[in-house]
Design a protein around this ligand. Structure first.
Ligand SMILES: Cc1cc2nc3c(=O)[nH]c(=O)nc-3n(C[C@H](O)[C@H](O)[C@H](O)COP(=O)(O)O)c2cc1C
Length: 206
């Protein structure tokens, strides 16, 4: 059975990002799959990587994050919030990141999820244990003035995905864009949601 890990990063559960999140869960279920979810703002998922990521970090040691991640067992292992995300990743066939573009990039908790969960020795590095997955970016923006700006957002999101998941050698699926959802009518938003569900069905093969 196809299993998706859906990471959503938006402070409002009634936002368009959450409408897409719910539509994704429904579409995956309709295709016979299962979705594991992480709603980062609602979980209070922190963006600051460091000593707090480990159960028993010796504060006298200098903080070398890659070393600490690689040697996590020596520091009491990862705290439950990180461990739970890593366990979901192991169980999933594919990952989707659902987020609004904020200052050209990820909202902070999502960047924190990347820094803290995709750890050295687990997601990357010679001794990594996590098998390669598929990843799909679904982003909303504050609007575009024309085709040039549409193309610019494509380049930007491709670069965001490539920097992380290209490095991990995962399969990066075509991203989905919802430009300026707040300016659209209810009917236009529903059309966007249907297009989004078709996009998922096509690229996740469900
Ligand atoms: C802190 C912050 C930074 C933002 N930066 C950008 C940006 O760089 N580019 C952009 O197109 N929109 C930007 N926006 C607008 C959001 O992307 C837009 O409101 C959101 O994608 C709409 O989806 P929502 O209705 O689910 O919030 C920003 C909004 C906030 C709150």
């Amino acid at each position: 059975m196809f299993k998706l890990l859906l990471i959503t990063a938006h402070p409002s559960p009634v936002s368009f990002n959450f409408a897409l999140r719910h539509a994704a869960v429904a579409r995956i279920a309709a295709g016979g799959g299962e979705t594991l979810t992480s709603d980062l703002f609602q979980m209070g998922f922190g963006s600051l990587a460091g000593e707090g990521d480990f159960n028993n970090y010796d504060s006298a040691l200098p903080m070398d994050l890659m070393e600490a991640q690689k040697n996590a067992p020596r520091h009491g292992g990862f705290v439950p919030q990180i461990l739970a995300e890593q366990e979901k990743l192991v169980a999933a066939d594919a990952v989707m990141l659902q987020f609004p573009i904020w200052w050209g990039s990820y909202p902070a908790p999502l960047k924190g999820w990347i820094d803290r969960v995709l750890s050295y020795g687990f997601a990357y590095g010679r001794s990594k244990t996590l098998p390669d997955k598929k990843v799909l970016y679904s982003v909303t923006t504050g609007g575009v003035s024309g085709p040039e700006e549409v193309a610019e957002y494509h380049r930007r999101v491709d670069a965001l995905a490539e920097d992380v998941f290209g490095y991990l050698r995962w399969e990066i699926l075509p991203p989905f864009f919802a430009h300026d959802p707040d300016a659209r009518s209810a009917e236009q938003r529903n059309t966007l949601i249907r297009e989004f569900q078709d996009h998922l069905a096509q690229h996740f093969g469900i």
